[in-house]
Design a protein around this ligand. Structure first.
Ligand code: PHE
Length: 358
């Protein structure tokens, strides 16, 4: 065997043995690189006699071409194998059941919103929404807060810098301004709930500067306090998933309702657990009342023709009570482990037929 043949055999063995693109590149440099064995051999052509060169030239050129081709062929093979491996690895089996896939959790506040919406939509309520940034008119004045009334400050309101005309926008302190927006844009009968974010400058174990409310509003010709009680009692039973729950309506004051009340529900503490619908303790869960005639007038409705009721509840607290979550601030800590523990299955949509929360 000539030494060119030997060199070729040797290189072909090394090319065959290269199992990665990096290893193959090493062989290429060792053979065809500037200082590679084949390149070094090519350089010797210059010093040969014309006869020698006539023989060795084609032989070496042939060697160089065949080695380059062998390397290219092997490279194509390795690339194809790498692609096949990647396709096999990244393959998605579309026939797998969805529950086998890792998935996120629904935040307890979102879950509570969904449950509340399921309950009220079964009673024929629509959902209405409004802006987080409100003006004084919708957040206070139209809701019958007298001008310069201390209640504006009592709400721990976040005010924006005054505009040129002196008016100040606010972060809405409750969802009640959406009552006004709805009554000014729709004709009764009105039956809506208003889920949303609300803001007050307050922060401790049971208060966060941003929190969530669901407001309710019913306006019709003959809607009365009995409808309010019946609706809210039905809500309490459905939300806490008990057959019966005692309720108590305590007189209260809100500028926008008359009469006004706070609703308490019956509960008992058993160890760490709070059980609703039994025992002899009372827990306040919402504010409510008959819409004040001034509010109706402010929205262009005739109080001699229309009347109705409104209510507002704090969703974060309801979620804590129902799901047994001890600290409010954890709701907004964005802790994935907490959410993994307290969150809900995104594929279990709350509905009254199969149960609200499972
Ligand atoms: N807006 C009141 C609050 O935030 C709650 C409420 C709403 C009370 C509707 C009565 C009627 O405290």
């Amino acid at each position: 065997m000539s030494d060119i043949e030997k060199l070729e055999n040797d290189l072909v063995v090394r090319i065959d043995a290269a199992s990665t693109e990096a290893a193959l590149e090493e062989v290429r440099v060792a053979a065809l690189g500037k200082k590679g064995v084949v390149s070094e051999r090519m350089k010797t052509l210059g010093k040969m006699s014309p006869e020698e060169r006539k023989e060795m030239g084609p032989a070496l050129n042939g060697l160089k071409t065949r080695i380059a081709e062998a390397i290219d062929a092997k490279k194509a093979m390795l690339e194809e194998a790498a692609l096949d491996a990647r396709l096999a690895l990244e393959r998605v089996d579309v026939t797998l059941p969805a529950t086998a896939l890792p998935k996120g959790k629904i935040h307890p506040v979102s879950q509570a919103f969904e449950e509340i919406a399921a309950i009220f939509s079964a009673m024929g309520f629509d959902i209405a929404e409004g802006p987080d940034i409100e003006d004084d008119f919708h957040n206070f004045t139209a809701l019958n807060f007298p001008p310069d009334h201390p209640a504006r400050e009592m709400h721990d309101t976040f005010f924006f810098e005054p505009k040129e005309d002196g008016s100040r926008q606010v972060l809405r302190t409750h969802t009640s301004p959406v009552q006004i927006r709805t009554m000014m844009s729709q004709k009764p009968p009105i039956r809506i709930i208003i889920p949303g974010r609300t803001f007050r400058c307050d922060s401790d174990q049971t208060h966060t500067p941003m929190f969530h409310q669901v407001e309710g509003l019913v306006i019709d010709r003959e809607t009365h306090m009995g409808h309010l009680k019946g609706t809210l009692e039905a809500f309490a039973k459905a939300f806490f998933e008990v057959d019966n729950v005692g309720t108590r309506f305590r007189p209260h004051f809100f500028p926008f309702t008359e009469p006004s009340a706070e609703m308490d529900i019956q509960y008992e503490r058993v160890g760490e657990e709070v059980r609703f619908g039994q025992g002899s303790d009372w827990m306040e869960i919402l504010g409510c009342g008959m819409v004040h005639p001034n509010v109706l007038k402010n929205c262009g409705l005739d109080p001699d023709e229309y009347q109705g009721f409104a209510f507002g509840m704090g969703v974060d607290r309801l979620a804590m009570l129902k799901y047994g979550i001890p600290d409010l601030r954890d709701f907004f800590a964005a802790d994935a482990r907490w959410l993994e523990h307290y969150g809900f299955d995104p594929l279990d949509q709350p509905n009254l037929a199969t149960g609200l929360s499972r």
